[in-house]
Write a protein that binds this ligand. Structure first.
Ligand SMILES: Cc1cc2nc3c(=O)[nH]c(=O)nc-3n(C[C@H](O)[C@H](O)[C@H](O)COP(=O)(O)OP(=O)(O)OC[C@H]3O[C@@H](n4cnc5c(N)ncnc54)[C@H](O)[C@@H]3O)c2cc1C
Length: 394
């Protein structure tokens, strides 16, 4: 049966994988998830669980994957393939663990990309050691898929700094984060003419005066909420990139992380396939295991084929990004196909377990709640379709 990031060895070794490096990472991930099974983290308090997971990930050295070597990272460059492989392993175990891992990268990579060196030196080693917890604040009540509708403003405030005013929503790690990357519409200096809409990116510490948080509850464990900025002062040293380069930085971040949402979905699909096969082989109805019913075998064959196809798309897109040959449609196809097919695999697991599948506390029930948001965040399935079509219609 295929439940296999080892697919990298078999299929993708030829696409540019570095077999020894990935095998060593998988061995570390296997050891790490084994320790989590022996000493699990209590997820009933989302903030405490996030802190505990960040500490455990740091202890295992896995957060070094999120920053470059020059700032305490594992490799010269942050690798999409390494992040994908890690998310596939972690999400099999727990969605909250996967979120704790990925937010360290999603919320710090804009600093890696465009932060000033003093900020990089101050922040990034702490990210790798789990001493800073990160958030990425782009979405707003009136700006979801349409990010250019953003209303949060950055008003010039003397000495090259700005004051941030506005509200973000659906921000992962809101309230638990000590480090926020915030995107805002740049306002002109007093007396100057309004430029066409331009957006900036800024780093803000979690305890900045004027920053406040209101938590939101979603259907799977996930620390998330609204973040308000009431005149939050950002010094020039904490501006990321040049004035007006914010969206470029946000897109640079998505280049690395969007495909990894597909990888997290692979981990959930791995688990779904595993519980489905186990159950069908054990459960006897009509005098024989359900696995001997041809109708159920057909369903398994569909799920398994989708799962292999999803892995090929995800690791193809990740390898292309790491080699510098990626096109936007590759990550879009990978994210869309892996998340949509994982949803089908999980629905199949629920159906295969019958009443047990909808019983609270059973694995399919957890997977059913965890997969849903992956089809929405970092670009919905519909937005991925627009990206894929754009590549065809150029
Ligand atoms: C669990 C979770 C975690 C998140 N974490 C973060 C985070 O850390 N930071 C952050 O900034 N954001 C985060 N988000 C926000 C997420 O990125 C947005 O929810 C997402 O981009 C969609 O925006 P929206 O919810 O406003 O939906 P909308 O943009 O209002 O879309 C609603 C529906 O309309 C569809 N639609 C929109 N435009 C089109 C179109 N042109 N053509 C066809 N269909 C369209 C969408 O696909 C969707 O189905 C998170 C969201 C969730 C659920």
């Amino acid at each position: 049966m295929l439940l296999a990031p080892r697919i990298l060895d078999r299929e993708l070794g030829t696409v540019g994988g570095d077999r020894a490096r990935w095998a060593a990472l998988e061995d570390r991930l296997a050891a790490f998830t084994a320790t989590l099974r022996e000493q699990p983290v209590d997820e009933s308090d989302e903030d405490a669980a996030t802190r505990a997971y960040v500490a455990r990930l740091a202890e295992a050295g896995l957060l070094t994957l999120m920053v470059p070597e020059a700032y305490g990272g594992a490799a010269p460059e942050v690798s999409s393939t390494a992040i994908c492989l890690t998310r596939q392993w972690l999400s099999r175990h727990s969605g909250a663990l996967d979120t704790a891992f990925v937010m360290q990268g999603l919320g710090s990579y804009p600093v890696t990309l465009a932060g000033q060196d003093a900020l990089k030196r101050a922040l990034l080693p702490k990210v790798a050691r789990g001493e800073a917890i990160c958030a990425f604040a782009l979405t707003e009540p009136s700006a979801g898929s349409d990010v250019k509708a953003m209303q949060t403003t950055a008003r010039p405030d003397g000495d090259g700094g700005v004051a941030l005013e506005g509200e973000k929503c659906f921000i992962s790690n809101a309230g638990v984060a000590s480090s926020y990357v915030v995107f805002a519409r740049e306002l002109p200096a007093e007396g100057a003419e309004q430029e066409k809409p331009r957006f900036g990116a800024f780093w803000v510490p979690g305890d900045a005066p004027g920053l406040s948080v209101e938590r939101t509850k979603v259907i799977a464990p996930h620390p998330i909420g609204r973040v308000r900025f009431d005149g939050v002062r950002v010094p020039a040293a904490h501006r990321l990139g040049e004035r007006g380069h914010g969206l470029r930085i946000a897109l640079g971040n998505l280049d690395v992380f969007r495909v990894s949402v597909g990888a997290a979905a692979l981990g959930l699909a791995d688990r779904a396939l595993q519980v489905t096969v186990d159950h069908l082989q054990r459960r006897v109805q009509f005098g024989k295991p359900l696995a001997r019913q041809q109708g159920l075998q057909f369903a398994l064959a569909d799920v398994s084929t989708d799962h292999v196809a999803a892995q090929l798309l995800v690791y193809r897109a990740a390898a292309a990004r790491d080699k510098g040959t990626a096109t936007p449609d590759q990550a879009a196809m990978a994210k869309m196909f892996a998340t949509e097919s994982a949803q089908r695999a999980i629905d199949r697991a629920v159906q295969s377990l019958g009443g047990l599948g909808v019983t609270v506390g059973q694995v399919p029930e957890r997977l059913y709640r965890e997969i849903r948001a992956l089809r929405i965040y970092e670009g919905t399935t519909e937005i991925q379709k627009l990206v894929i079509a754009r590549a065809l219609l150029r």
